[in-house]
Write a protein that binds this ligand. Structure first.
Ligand code: GLN
Length: 536
């Protein structure tokens, strides 16, 4: 239960995109939770897709999945990793979803007799979605990050909605605007004009930001801060410097030094002089920045040019490495570049390899050759989703002798469909939100590497896929040495496969990376990294 009626903090961005609104929101959330408040963070995305589930990672980076099966923006991953608290469908709202709801209501006759318009119908739906989280009564603060940059045409209804909310919520709402203060090397100066213009754009929409967070490559200095304050109508203390950091995990500390949480509390009438202690966070950061050893592992996938496509995996590797006081360097290897003849050479020197999730057959044969090499040479292997499916195919082909073994995703006519479409998927034609999504229970086999990592029998992990291990082949595969060590107790679906005679050969149908946080590095990532460290 919240301590007081929920306070709403709106975070907008100006000047350019990619300034890190997600990390600033997550850092503020971290500081407020450490101060004893309950906080959740929401992302509003001004695009027309109902969710990012149908977007290519090249467009949008990773699609993050919540326990309740929402396919969401990758910023929700940052929120969970920083706050160690689960988000849900309500934490990510898109223009597509807003319009879908309004149009459905219109068809039902909810607005009978009226002209349905952006104002008030779309803006009202936005305001309703923002307040849904507050109305649960669970949160002292709802931080709402508005995607895009002020001035964008598509963000206008959101800006108007939060402008109205500020008046409706009176003292319970606050605006933080994130901008850039660029450094002009030729002039040797930091420039505040883009920030002034960006605030003007907000003012034209009727919003006066309460706090400015200025992203910069150089310290702002008190003269620059004073200038920004004076020309943007904010208090001097409300101009917060956000210097580039060596790791995103340093940002909460930088924000604390700048007093971001203090000024937020003060402006919301919750002034509080107790210094927030980030002991565990600091310990994590110290470990991260002072590793005792370093190893290199491989990540074989198909979006290696774009590391945002595997954001949660990269972060989970950092969490697990830090827990082991080890810096883990990741060699990103394009699956398409690996084949029978070069696998040994491409994977040489790696302490272990993670084979990534994915869709479609590009790079599939490279993943299979990678796994064969890892299996035959006792090199730690961790397969996630398509990575696990690839391991089943590899074993079926090369150990069971089913030369044609495949997933029906790659070859619908294979004579050995060791991975096939789930029964309930067969009738589905719509693409959006129709996969097996969200949290499912799984029971582990005692003694397995999975069991040793989690140190318990029953787990719950998040899924995002259409295809599954085909139980028709389970007995043959187990007799040949590939054991199902994690089973869904309701459906009997195989969720984990392992080779017990191999130091670490674990494939999981689910996505463990979504649940790794700074406070709780994921057990399977920790187990995998430990086995890589031990691989001499
Ligand atoms: N393409 C596979 C499936 O749909 C795996 C999906 C994934 O790796 N997320 O089952």
């Amino acid at each position: 239960m919240g301590k007081f009626p929920t306070k709403y903090i709106f975070v907008t961005g100006g000047v350019t995109s990619s300034l890190g609104k997600g990390i600033i929101s997550a850092s503020l959330g971290k500081l407020l939770t450490s101060g004893g408040y309950s906080v959740t963070i929401q992302k509003l995305d001004p695009y027309i897709n109902v969710d990012p589930g149908t977007m290519n990672p090249y467009e949008h980076g990773e699609c993050y999945v919540t326990d309740d099966g929402a396919e969401t923006d990758l910023d929700l991953g940052h929120y969970e990793r920083f706050l160690n608290h689960s988000t849900s469908q309500a934490n990510n709202v898109t223009t597509g979803r807003i319009y879908q709801t309004v149009i459905q209501k219109e068809r039902k006759g909810d607005y009978l007799g009226k002209t349905v318009q952006i104002i008030p119908h779309i803006t009202d739906e936005i305001k309703r979605r923002i307040q849904l989280l507050g109305e649960t009564g669970q949160f002292d603060f709802v931080i709402t990050e508005i995607g895009g940059t002020v001035g964008d045409i598509e963000a206008l209804p959101y800006i108007e909605a939060v402008r109205q909310l500020k008046w409706e919520l009176e003292d319970s709402a606050l605006f933080i605007h994130l901008t850039l203060v660029p450094y002009l090397a030729a002039a040797g100066e930091l420039k505040t004009k883009p920030t002034q213009h960006s605030v003007k754009t907000l003012l034209e929409a009727g919003i006066q930001p309460d706090i400015l967070v200025c992203r910069t490559e150089h310290h702002l200095g008190s003269d620059i801060k004073r200038k920004v304050a004076r020309f943007c109508n904010v208090e001097r203390d409300a101009v917060i410097e956000s210097m580039d950091a060596s790791t995103i995990y340093e940002v909460p500390l930088l924000m604390q030094k700048e007093g971001l949480d203090k000024i937020v509390l003060k402006k919301l009438g919750l002034e509080n002089n107790t210094e927030v202690k980030l002991e565990k966070w600091n310990a994590f950061l110290t470990n991260l920045q002072n590793p005792k050893q370093e190893i290199t592992i491989g990540l074989v996938g198909k979006y290696v040019e774009l590391q945002d496509a595997y954001k949660s995996i990269s972060e989970a590797i950092i969490h697990a490495g830090t827990k082991n006081s080890c810096k883990v360097k990741v060699n990103w290897i394009h699956a398409e570049e690996i084949n029978k003849t070069n696998a040994a050479e491409k994977l040489a020197g790696l302490k272990g390899v993670l084979v990534a999730p994915g869709f479609g057959d590009r790079g599939m044969e490279g993943k299979i050759e990678t796994i064969k090499h890892l299996r035959e040479n006792n090199i730690p292997f961790f397969g996630i989703c398509l990575g696990m499916q690839s391991a089943v195919i590899e074993y079926s082909r090369n150990v069971l002798g089913l030369k044609d073994a495949n997933s029906t995703e790659m070859n619908p006519d294979t004579s050995a469909p060791v991975i096939n479409l789930m029964a309930e998927q067969k009738e589905i034609i719509e693409k959006g939100g129709t996969m097996r999504l969200g949290a499912y229970d799984c029971q582990l086999t005692a003694g397995s590497n999975a069991y040793k990592s989690y140190n318990k029998n029953d787990i719950s992990e998040r899924h995002r896929h259409r295809f599954e291990f085909n139980n028709k082949y389970k007995l043959d595969l187990e007799r040949a040495g590939l054991i199902a060590t994690g089973i869904n107790p309701k459906t009997n679906l195989v969720e984990i496969v392992e080779i017990p005679t191999h130091p670490w050969f674990v494939g999981v149908q689910f996505h463990p990376e979504y649940k790794s946080t700074v406070a709780n590095p994921h057990p399977l990532f920790c187990g995998f990294i430990e086995s890589c460290i031990n691989n001499k």
